[in-house]
Design a protein around this ligand. Structure first.
Ligand SMILES: CC(C)(COP(=O)(O)OP(=O)(O)OC[C@H]1O[C@@H](n2cnc3c(N)ncnc32)[C@H](O)[C@@H]1OP(=O)(O)O)[C@@H](O)C(=O)NCCC(=O)NCCS
Length: 202
């Protein structure tokens, strides 16, 4: 069965006891927050997060800008608000699920399931974490949780892709640590692509 991420993400008000057209779409096991440790978790991103999100980006602009081109155009709180609104629209269209990473209730980064493809049963994962919180294994753990609990179990996907620029070794280390396979470098490509295919039992 193919699930709609809109229901997964928490459109509880639209749910009728978890049943849509008589089918059980919502798995309470992935109710947010998803805890990664005692004080770190993944949860929804909502419009009232715009100010906090902008402040995080603004606090480590040079560090993020090196690998994330959008940071240059994120210049005021309104830009973060527009990002969140677009994320909500993409969620409604089942295109992507964009979530916040939090520690001690503070936003510390973003982790997303992007390019959802329910025909090929694939998606990409993207992430960033504030400079202060990198180097603690939080993003690796967040990816592991999203892949196992949402991508494979709940969305029924079978292939996860992580793409990063060549040279972004800290990013590439994440799929490597999670057992992804690096795809052969395409000619003139400036990105590395990693794939994880769900193992199926015969
Ligand atoms: C890419 C990025 C998300 C990687 O962050 P990160 O903190 O290195 O990733 P993790 O949270 O998985 O942490 C891994 C680090 O924690 C360490 N670590 C500590 N405990 C760990 C644990 N239990 N499990 C895994 N790693 C652990 C690892 O050794 C590693 O440290 P190292 O880089 O010194 O070897 C981060 O550098 C970032 O946001 N960069 C800017 C934006 C960006 O490049 N985004 C990706 C675009 S494709």
């Amino acid at each position: 069965m193919v699930y709609s991420p809109y229901f997964l993400y928490g459109a509880e008000k639209d749910m009728n006891n978890g049943l849509i057209d008589g089918k059980h779409y919502f798995d309470p096991a992935v109710n947010f927050p998803i805890h990664l440790s005692n004080d770190c978790y993944i949860t929804r991103l909502v419009e009232r997060d715009a100010s906090e999100l902008f402040n995080v980006v603004n606090s480590c602009r040079a560090y993020l800008e090196r690998w994330l081109p959008w940071v240059k155009t994120c210049l005021m709180e309104h830009d973060s608000l527009v990002f969140i609104q677009k994320a909500q629209e993409k969620l409604r269209n089942s295109e992507s699920i964009i979530l916040s990473l939090r520690c001690a209730d503070k936003i510390i980064g973003i982790i997303s399931i992007l390019k959802l493809n329910f025909i090929e049963l694939s998606a990409e994962i993207g992430y960033w974490i504030s400079e202060e919180y990198q180097g603690r294994g939080i993003v690796t753990s967040a990816c592991r949780h999203l892949i196992d609990h949402i991508c494979f179990s709940n969305l029924g996907l079978s292939k996860i892709i992580i793409t990063c620029d060549f040279g972004n070794e800290k990013s590439a280390a994440i799929p490597r640590r999670l057992g992804f396979t690096e795809k052969a470098r395409e000619r003139n490509a400036d990105t590395a692509q990693f794939e994880l295919v769900k193992m199926t039992c015969e």
